[in-house]
Ligand binder design. Structure first.
Ligand SMILES: Cc1ncc(COP(=O)(O)O)c(C=O)c1O
Length: 401
């Protein structure tokens, strides 16, 4: 028997802030083969370029194995950082590669940024609802969350008054196909947000894992590129998780060099550096324009599945429900009539072998829709199953009207 089970260990106050993600708890239920799960947030494995990645690892190990397996610099593999800078500059970012730190997935960046910027009780501004993984990362540092109003167009910049923002360490924003709502910030709101935050001298964390997964509408400029004429107070997070594969655990932070220097020290303390082999292999994959031919395939997978879900919802859901029509990404957000509690609906849905995530865990404060919203992911569900699952959900909602 494991004696440690009987022993009461002492955990730090910080560790007491650590909670299991509500989504992971739901995912345990959804592991049963018969469940149609719209709950997960995983990218479609059919979009992983397995052979290309295998060849790249092979080539790196064959040609530069000793370098790839050695310790590397904390900042990251220079050719890959140069490539990222060039790509961002095509979009108008006007950055240099020393403004880039490679990280083990953008999730690590959320932790490192909080580590260097947030003390107990410091105010941070977050969209309400927001990405659960970010809330988990921030909460360890015991911030004082200030919710920022969102509506059907995403974050509402005009709600960020000097009083709301006073002494805030940063605002965390998801401008493209937000997780969980699928909403996108229009150009006017982007410009307003960037200008308001520049005037208030508060950094914006722009988290953009899904930006390249746009399958409808026109691309919008990043907050980073909009900010560079206004003094550049944007910290942008990017990742290879959704354009190549999440198991690579490779992302990056773009920030003013004074912030990068502090992040480098924090990363040194955390894990020395991001896997050199992976960075070299990913550089091998992307350096000659592979993403240009690969991304249309990935976008097409999501577009097809998103359209299938939207059509099924239109057909099966009652008129009393509202839903987002994402221009990209992996998620749809459903507003049920206010008297339907999404947690109760989930229990009934699981009994009929359909799962989703309720809206509640994404809210850091009471907000519009917190009890009657649900997040649906279409990313890993085949079309037939999408139709079947949405039909069951529609039926259930109608039964609860
Ligand atoms: C909004 C958002 N930010 C960050 C992440 C973390 O991504 P990564 O795999 O780069 O750590 C995710 C993952 O789903 C996400 O949805």
């Amino acid at each position: 028997m494991d004696k440690s089970i009987e022993h009461e260990f002492h955990f730090s106050k910080r560790a007491q802030q650590l909670t299991s993600s509500a989504i992971r708890e739901i995912l345990k239920v959804t592991e049963k083969a018969e469940i149609i799960s719209f709950a997960g947030g995983l990218p479609a494995p059919s979009g992983f370029p397995v052979d290309v990645i295998r060849l790249a690892f092979d080539k790196v190990l064959r040609d530069s194995g000793k370098v790839a397996l050695q310790y590397g610099t904390t900042e990251g593999f220079s050719p890959l950082r140069n490539w990222i800078a060039e790509e961002m500059n095509k979009e108008g970012a006007n950055i240099t590669s020393d403004q880039i730190l490679m990280v083990s997935g953008s999730q690590q960046a959320l932790d490192l940024i909080s580590k260097i910027m947030v003390d107990d009780g410091d105010k941070i501004l977050v969209e309400n609802p927001s990405y659960l993984g970010a809330l988990q990362a921030f909460s360890v540092y015991q911030p004082n969350y200030m919710p920022v109003l969102t509506d059907d167009g995403g974050l509402v910049p005009d709600s960020i008054t000097p009083q709301v923002a006073k002494n805030a360490r940063f605002i965390y924003a998801l401008p493209n196909f937000q997780n969980p709502t699928g909403r996108t910030l229009n150009l006017e709101r982007r410009q307003k947000l960037v200008s308001i935050m520049a005037n208030l001298n508060i950094p914006i964390i722009e988290d953009d894992p899904y930006g390249e997964l746009r399958y409808n509408g026109t691309p919008k400029p990043s907050l980073l590129s909009l900010s560079n004429k206004l003094g550049g107070n944007v910290i942008r997070l990017g990742t290879f998780s959704k354009v190549l594969a999440p198991g690579l655990r490779l992302g990056y932070v773009i920030a003013p060099t004074s912030i990068i220097k502090k992040l480098v020290q924090a990363k040194q303390a955390a894990d020395l550096h991001t896997c050199t082999l992976t960075q070299m292999a990913v550089y091998e994959v992307v350096k000659d324009g592979f993403l240009e031919q690969h991304l249309p395939k990935v976008r097409n997978i999501y577009k097809t599945q998103c359209n299938c879900m939207l059509e099924a919802i239109q057909k099966e859901f009652p008129a009393e429900t509202k839903w987002t029509k994402p221009e990209g990404g992996m998620f749809l957000w459903i507003n049920l009539p206010e008297y339907i509690d999404s947690t109760e609906l989930l229990k009934k849905a699981v009994n009929r072998n359909v799962a989703f995530v309720t809206g509640r865990p994404f809210y850091i404060a009471p907000g519009y829709g917190q009890n009657n919203t649900i997040r649906l992911s279409f990313a890993t569900v085949p079309e037939e199953k999408i139709k079947q699952g949405v039909s069951i959900l529609g039926q259930l909602i109608k039964e609860n009207l």
